[in-house]
Design a protein. Sequence first.
Length: 82
Amino acid sequence: NGTGFSTIAYAFYNSWLSVFNDDWCMSLSLQMHEIGHSMNFGHSNEGGETYEDESGFMGYSYPNIDGPRKCFNAAKSWQSGW
């Protein structure tokens, strides 16, 4: 990717800081995923596998700049008090 940054992105829990590499910085689902970490959300798993849950933004991320259209899943909505 030309940045020397092998991770696609990371964010800190309860923090404003999110960092993205050049190839993924426009991914809507990845941006929402990292915002979720800023909101103190952990990863959503499926069958014990990290990132395999596609029901919300805290699982698998897509490289698309305009989707998919979804929200945080029920567990994350409950965690946020929504």
